[in-house]
Design a protein around this ligand. Structure first.
Ligand SMILES: [Ca+2]
Length: 334
């Protein structure tokens, strides 16, 4: 009997372990506050055992972007999570919320001390079980293109494309507009052709969370109730005051903001929920300017999220950002 119980517990544990999403988060942290919200979500979900937060790949070469990511992970007790970053041509943008976070929290690392995203991806993917990793991209896709174009090295005899096909189970990509869009930042990224090439090379299932999903899920105003030294308060308030596209509506408090990146994380960790469903299979074709079209076909490996209940999704995002602390007053449409 005892043996049976032990076997049963072992089987249960194994099944649970297999089902836990293993997430690499690829972000353009520092521009829009939704990356900060998404990073907070991932830390909470990791700490609760809902996912394994494997690593962060950072697209933003703003000088304080990588240090701010490290500071946030450290704040949530996850300072050991591997990081990779773009670090050529470091620059400083005072309007970004990175430096205020670093000033408030301190940071254990600089961009120069951090491996490139390609090195980090190759090292971690080579050690991962086959078909085990979910890559969530919430910024432009240059890191993914660099990975796909990478050659065999000390970590793996496989080139980047084959390494991704072997180890990555699914991509969840925040970007584009579905079923059809003219231009979207992550698909354009001031890097014409990058997303087109990624979609042409990538032979792994992709779920898109388009502009229209995050645009309908507004979070931010409830964060005004946080303590002034909370990283979400610091980052969102700085963003509301200083980001060019937010300044006009700034009245001294954190403004409502679209939750593009958080929707991608929420789907990647929790999958289908009552507030969204998946499109049929198809192929998203992206042009050099970052516009996209959609062709429905059973042969395709792409699907996109269709939001069915924005209010419920908003509540879920906000709760996840705050670590399921739903005690805050959720007024103002949040
Ligand atoms: Ca982003």
């Amino acid at each position: 009997m005892k043996q049976w119980v032990i076997t049963f517990i072992f089987a249960l544990t194994s099944t649970t372990a297999l089902a836990t999403p293993r997430i690499i988060f690829d972000t353009d942290f520092g521009g829009d506050a939704d990356d900060l919200g998404a990073l907070a979500m991932l830390n909470h979900m990791h700490n609760r055992g809902e996912c394994e937060f494997v690593a962060v790949a950072n697209w933003n070469n703003e000088r304080y972007s990588l240090p701010a990511i490290a500071a946030i992970n450290q704040y949530y007790g996850n300072g050991e999570i591997p990081l990779g970053t773009r670090k050529e041509g470091l620059w400083h943008g005072a309007w970004q919320y990175n430096k205020p976070l670093v000033d408030a929290l301190g940071s254990p690392i600089t961009a120069q001390q951090t491996p490139s995203t390609t090195e980090m991806y190759r090292r971690l993917l080579s050690k991962a079980d086959d078909n085990s990793i979910t890559i969530v991209t919430v910024g432009p896709l240059l890191n993914i293109l660099s990975l796909l174009d990478s050659s065999a090295d000390q970590y793996s005899t496989l080139d980047g494309k084959r390494l991704v096909e072997k180890k990555v189970k699914e991509f969840v990509v925040m970007g584009g507009q579905f079923p059809k869009g003219e231009w979207e930042w992550n698909f354009n990224g001031n890097m014409p052709g990058v997303t087109r090439k990624v979609m042409e090379k990538l032979d792994v299932p992709v779920i898109f969370s388009g502009y229209e999903v995050g645009q309908a899920v507004k979070t931010g105003e409830s964060l005004n109730q946080l303590e002034k030294d909370h990283p979400l308060y610091i980052g969102y308030r700085h963003f509301s005051e200083h980001a060019e596209w937010m300044q006009e509506q700034f009245d001294g408090d954190i403004s409502a903001n679209a939750s593009y990146d958080q929707t991608a994380v929420l789907y990647a960790v929790r999958g289908l929920q009552p507030y969204w469903r998946l499109s049929p299979k198809g192929i998203a074709t992206v042009n050099d300017e970052g516009g996209n079209t959609w062709e429905e076909t059973a042969e395709g490996e792409h699907r996109y999220l269709i939001l069915t209940d924005a209010k419920a999704a908003t509540h879920a995002v906000l709760s996840a950002m705050l670590g399921e602390d739903t005690s805050l007053n959720q007024t103002n449409g949040e």
